[in-house]
Design a protein around this ligand. Structure first.
Ligand code: CO
Length: 446
């Protein structure tokens, strides 16, 4: 019996890790992430709502809404009454390079490079010397107006070659990269000049002159895989933050909520500070929550009471203890991969976690049998930020910051624990299924 349980656990770890890797592979840009998440939601009976139309919500209904095709909020209506929201938020975007308007750069009629601009805080070195491609969306003129189409070049297309060690003897003593001069990838030889727009038009199944706009980003072509002698790790592009985004979605889809309004959020533009029309700093979340309340017949006071009773988990990956740089971790709070969900703390409120929200989360984790660990920055290292505290400036509620432990954050190829996605799925399932009311007066979890 023990053995069977062990086997089931192993299968669960493998299934969720494998599912994550496949999802990431299908999702080379934020627009693809949202399209693929929308597909999964629809398979599970979720109906699409448009922000520009009126909403009729039914008891027992399941809905989702997107903004800009790059942020997504999904929710259920277990009861036709809003008492509290249970939110899980993460982000869709990852550091990359955006292809500029008029992107072709000629080098002595021998090379055609693509002119790119950095998006987010990328680790630059790992982008060199590997096949890259691009994906995103284009706006196409059609008979009926302007249509958005997803495109993915989906081939080994681009490369950013390093300068040989012979031409820079200092190359291994710390490089100072210049995105404009060092990181524009080769698109082809001199003959490739003038090919970019027609290439994109072909991907979008249209003519060059019908292409009216584009948002295209580079991505690493290397596939996700298992590594380690026991296949105990996964390596993949964009684990930050698609591991949280996908794991929380899996738990959301499997949950069986009876009360409150479970809300799943995946935001774009976290890597640039969340300040955009669709980011966690926008009105998107507030707009959706107030509309749910109004559509279910609630007053403004009902909404404010519900928010005051609500809870949010902000999920964004955390730094695991580094095998070569153990000195960078806090002396005692040192997360390990495969040892469960990380609760993140920061005295200066970059992370929202405090004693109250920890108490709620620990209760849920114990119930879901999910191991947890703790991350804090070393007190002499500044550390990163995420979306929980930014979202709280729009919709203020009790919040906790968590993440899955990983290495090589913001590299185009990152590493994480093979077991941890399954832990997150388990936590999200228990969370969305629970009945939680967190007010300043009392905390109730059932
Ligand atoms: Co992140």
């Amino acid at each position: 019996m023990e053995l069977e349980n062990q086997k089931e656990r192993e299968d669960e770890y493998y299934k969720e890790a494998e599912g994550l890797l496949r999802f990431i592979e299908k999702s080379p840009s934020v627009f693809h992430v949202v399209a693929n998440a929308s597909g999964l939601l629809e398979e599970h009976g979720y109906q699409r709502l448009a922000e520009s139309r009126s909403w009729q919500l039914e008891e027992g209904g399941k809905y989702y809404v997107t903004r800009n095709g790059s942020s997504l909020i999904a929710f259920q209506v277990p009861q036709k009454k809003v008492t509290a929201y249970r939110l899980f938020c993460s982000h869709n975007d990852s550091p990359t390079f955006k292809i500029k308007e008029r992107p072709e750069l000629d080098v002595e009629q021998s090379y055609t490079k693509l002119n790119v601009e950095q998006y987010g805080g990328a680790l630059l070195a790992p982008w060199f010397d590997r096949p890259l491609s691009f994906a995103g969306r284009v706006l196409v003129q059609t008979e009926d107006g302007i249509e958005m189409r997803l495109v993915d070049a989906d081939q080994d297309l681009l490369l950013i070659p390093s300068l040989a060690i012979h031409m820079n003897r200092e190359a291994n003593s710390g490089m100072n990269y210049n995105v404009q001069t060092d990181l524009c990838p080769v698109f082809g030889d001199g003959q490739a000049k003038g090919r970019f727009r027609s290439f994109v038009a072909e991907l979008a199944e249209t003519k060059e002159e019908k292409l009216l706009g584009m948002d295209l980003f580079l991505y690493n072509r290397q596939h996700g895989t298992f590594v380690g002698v026991g296949e105990e790790y996964i390596a993949s592009p964009r684990l930050d933050d698609l591991q949280c985004m996908y794991g929380s979605l899996r738990g959301f889809l499997e949950a069986e909520p009876r009360t409150g309004i479970p809300v799943y959020c995946a935001f774009d533009n976290e890597e640039t500070g969340s300040v955009s029309r669709q980011g966690a700093g926008s009105t998107f979340l507030q707009d959706v929550l107030t509309r749910i309340n109004a559509a279910l017949g609630g007053t403004q006071e009902d909404y404010l009471r519900a928010v005051a009773s609500s809870f949010m988990i902000s999920g964004d990956n955390a730094h695991a203890l580094h095998p070569n740089h153990a000195e960078k971790a806090d002396p005692v709070n040192r997360p390990r991969m495969n040892q469960g969900v990380v609760i993140k703390y920061n005295a200066n409120q970059k992370y929202t976690t405090d004693g109250r929200s920890t108490a709620v989360l620990r209760t849920l984790m114990d119930r879901a049998q999910v191991p947890y660990q703790v991350y804090t920055n070393r007190s002499d290292i500044a550390g990163g930020s995420t979306l929980g505290n930014i979202s709280n400036t729009q919709v203020s509620l009790t919040c906790v910051d968590i993440g899955m432990p990983q290495l090589a954050m913001h590299s185009p190829y990152e590493m994480a624990g093979a077991k941890d996605t399954a832990y997150l799925v388990r936590l999200a399932r228990a969370y969305f299924s629970a009945d939680i009311e967190v007010t300043d007066e009392a905390i109730r979890i059932q």
